[in-house]
Design a protein. Structure first.
Length: 268
């Protein structure tokens, strides 16, 4: 396959033979997921009780939570995922455990009919919910907790990826992303939960994204598209070059931050 070059026009991002999604390509070059999984495992391990009921909202294929489970605990999990493809993968990934239930619904649908309460509600990397609806979403999520229950919310922080997104999205799509636009991050949720009765704490995860700019330009472009959500070919050549210069100036390394907001319904 023809490799994209930093100095030529019309860099192409094509799916490679390995057919990775843009997120999977990003994950190949960042340790964010490993850091997140380890941190979540430590949090779960620290929660009182050996048999816990968890609701995983928007779990995708379920592997994020499954990889984070501490061996020491028995977790009865309700996995909630509305999209068809990840749900099919979820069913395969969970079939070995009879205590795990998979539900193919949106959170909104599930919430209307659900009567259960949970020890833990996990809401991780839920980028589909509009920020304006966070207040209501968080009230609904916390209403599903048992009296001793814990909500775990995981979201990106303010880091060098934020700077990258802000710089180029506001440049490329100013009507959608005005100069004062701030990319999504955990601070809004932290603020809302801190106002609620109970105990809220923040755990920060630090990781590193290494753009493989000297060997795999296709991957660089896939990651740029993933972060900007803009097709590479639609980006003017001068901005394409600016993006690549930005990455080269940073020697391909961007520091990442993520927040895990842990809310306990009752103060200890
Ligand atoms: C970025 S993935 C996060 C997956 C997993 N929680 C993780 O942290 O790796 C977000 C998931 O939320 C699901 N989703 C989208 N809208 C939803 C809704 N209204 N209710 C529940 N899940 C939703 C998507 O289908 C997607 O699988």
């Amino acid at each position: 396959m023809k490799k994209a070059q930093p100095s030529s026009f019309n860099h192409q991002y094509k799916k490679k033979g390995d057919n990775l999604t843009p997120f999977e390509t990003y994950s190949k070059h960042s340790n964010a997921l490993d850091v997140s999984i380890k941190q979540l495992r430590d949090i779960l391990l620290g929660i009182k009780g050996n048999s816990l009921e968890i609701l995983d909202v928007g779990c995708s294929d379920g592997l994020f939570l499954i990889s984070s489970l501490p061996k020491e605990k028995n977790m009865r999990i309700t996995f909630l995922e509305p999209s068809k493809d990840p749900f099919e993968k979820l069913k395969k990934n969970t079939k070995q455990n009879k205590e795990w239930v998979c539900i193919n619904q949106t959170f909104e649908e599930f919430y209307q009919n659900n009567k259960e309460k949970y020890d833990i509600v996990l809401a991780s990397h839920l980028y589909h919910f509009p920020r304006e609806e966070y207040q209501e979403l968080l009230s609904q999520l916390t209403s599903l907790l048992k009296d001793s229950g814990i909500l775990i919310w995981i979201e990106r922080g303010v880091d060098e990826i934020t700077d990258f997104k802000k710089r180029f999205k506001t440049m490329l799509l100013p009507s959608k992303y005005p100069k004062n636009w701030i990319p999504r991050n955990y601070k809004r949720v932290l603020e809302i939960l801190k106002r609620k009765e109970g105990n809220t704490k923040l755990i920060q995860n630090n990781s590193v994204l290494k753009f493989p700019y000297t060997q795999e330009l296709d991957d660089v472009i896939a990651i740029v598209e993933f972060f900007l959500n803009i097709e590479w070919n639609s980006i003017p050549r001068t901005v394409q070059e600016e993006i690549l210069e930005y990455i080269i100036e940073k020697k391909g390394i961007l520091q990442e931050e993520e927040g895990i907001v842990v809310y306990s319904k009752h103060r200890d």
